[in-house]
Design a binder for this molecule. Structure first.
Ligand code: CDP
Length: 227
């Protein structure tokens, strides 16, 4: 694979529900690397803000909470369909991170430069150790600009909404496709248009459209890419 040259870190970016985390996990397992889904960190910071009863519009207070939030990502501690366990200040918040209130506020919280600076600092510490697949919105552009392999994973908004609805259905949650599509479009817009570290492909990223390809096919293709 990779013509024998294995990249020490792989950066994967892309919009909501594009399949980037699934692909990242398959790649990480294949290489024996750690997977860091950076969206979890922004979600945990957002939950910390909501739990503290702070208005997410209040940038100064949000900043303070995000900076002091202790976020720990561990291997799954329960067999309930989770891929990992996330502790926020010591409390298991794995499922709460996917709640609607977090979905609706995360892009606002993630747009504040001070929140990003703190999360990027934490992400680089992990990236510096190598053997990592890091997934997010600004990994190839800002967090790990020297990553030897950068992927930008996309799919049509309709396909992404369908995937998100199917994922939730597996968890016993029924969502209307139109609502999910509206949330995805709104987050795409907020993430792409924000001033700091907007969602975009790095110039040297390999673009991968997963609309018509399942994750195994995509990963097989990635492993043939020259580095
Ligand atoms: O899984 P999904 O794509 O829905 O979202 P996520 O990857 O968990 O990320 C949630 C939100 O966090 C995104 O919509 C972005 O606003 C923000 N985020 C970011 O700004 N930068 C990252 N590196 C990762 C996520």
């Amino acid at each position: 694979m990779f013509n024998g040259k294995i990249p020490s870190v792989i950066a994967i970016d892309g919009p909501a529900a594009s399949g980037k985390t699934t692909i990242g996990k398959l790649l990480a397992d294949r290489l024996g690397y750690l997977l860091l889904d950076t969206g979890i960190m922004y979600r945990a910071a957002t939950l910390a803000v909501l739990e503290a009863g702070i208005d997410p519009e209040n940038e100064v207070m949000v900043m303070a909470v995000a900076e002091s939030a202790e976020i720990e990502i561990q291997p799954a501690t329960q067999d309930d369909g989770r891929q990992y366990t996330v502790l926020l200040d010591g409390k298991d918040v794995t499922w709460e991170l996917r709640s609607e209130r977090v979905d609706q506020n995360v892009s606002l919280v993630a747009a504040y430069p001070a929140v990003r600076a703190e999360m990027v600092r934490r992400q680089r510490e992990i990236g510096d150790k190598g053997c990592v697949v890091m997934v997010g919105r600004d990994i190839g552009t800002v967090v790990l600009p020297d990553a030897p392999l950068k992927l930008y994973v996309t799919a049509s908004a309709e396909e992404r909404a369908r995937r998100r609805v199917a994922d939730k259905e597996e968890q016993g949650i029924d969502l209307a496709l139109e609502d999910v599509l509206a949330d995805i479009r709104s987050r795409d817009k907020q993430d792409s248009e924000r001033e700091h570290s907007p969602l975009m492909a790095a110039d040297d990223a390999v673009q991968i459209d997963t609309t018509r390809h399942d994750p195994d096919e995509v990963v097989s293709h990635i492993l043939t890419l020259p580095i």
